[in-house]
Design a protein around this ligand. Structure first.
Ligand code: 3PG
Length: 213
């Protein structure tokens, strides 16, 4: 899959809702009810980070939830890409971009949201055909003001900023012309997951789904 085709598919994912939940799943038993709760709150695109031992099994289980579009986050290596694809991930997200990672996504037909921060990083990916990118770590790298400034000379790239975003500041990003959606973990708090309070997560998701730029 070419970078341009990947970006077309990534764009479709980013347009599903204003927020993509970034999920860290410690307990496989949480995977399905969590996905159901988020989908019920109208957040269908779900990023499961490959940071816990059960992440791939969680992707496998969540992929069966009707209405969910499940992707894998924290892709760092070609092996991650292969495993994510085999588990059923339909998109990938990386904090950055390396040539080996980009090649693996092309080879395994996995649409990727590659991460970039600086103008040069954004331009290097754009040169290859990646017009949809992740801006990470958003708040720490300069926040919405930084991303707005990147958009002035490079308006062709649409972003999913993540890192430090919550209900409080999401609109700062969503109101920018070059932001397609935002990513964040705030819609799936660890405490609510541990308590099995899926209704609370649906409420947070619905609140996030109602955000507008
Ligand atoms: C991440 O990959 O950790 C995401 O950027 C989520 O960041 P957050 O926990 O600050 O929302």
């Amino acid at each position: 899959m070419t970078p341009t085709e990947q970006s077309t598919r990534a764009l479709a994912v980013c347009r599903l809702a204003p927020v993509v939940p970034v999920l860290v799943i410690d307990d496989l038993a949480h995977a399905v009810p969590l996905a159901q709760a988020l989908v019920a709150g109208c957040l269908p695109a779900l990023e499961v980070t490959l940071r816990t031992p059960c992440a791939l099994d969680a992707i496998r289980a969540m992929s069966q939830v009707p209405g969910g579009v499940v992707g894998a986050g924290t892709l760092l290596t070609p092996a991650d890409v292969k495993a994510a694809k085999a588990a059923g991930a339909t998109f990938g997200v990386s904090p950055g971009a390396t040539q080996r990672l980009l090649d693996a996504c092309a080879e395994h037909d996995l649409p990727l949201l590659p991460g970039a921060v600086t103008a040069s990083e954004v331009m290097a990916l754009l040169e290859m055909g990646y017009t949809v990118q992740k801006f990470f770590p958003a708040e720490q790298a300069g926040g919405a003001a930084f991303l707005k400034s990147i958009g002035a000379p490079i308006p062709q790239v649409g972003f999913c900023p993540t890192g430090g975003i919550s209900l409080k500041n999401a609109t700062d990003y969503l109101s920018l012309k070059n932001v397609l959606c935002v990513g964040g973990s705030w819609v799936a708090p660890k405490d609510d997951m541990a308590r099995g309070d899926w209704a609370a997560i649906t409420t947070l998701a619905a609140e996030a789904a109602g955000l507008r730029g």
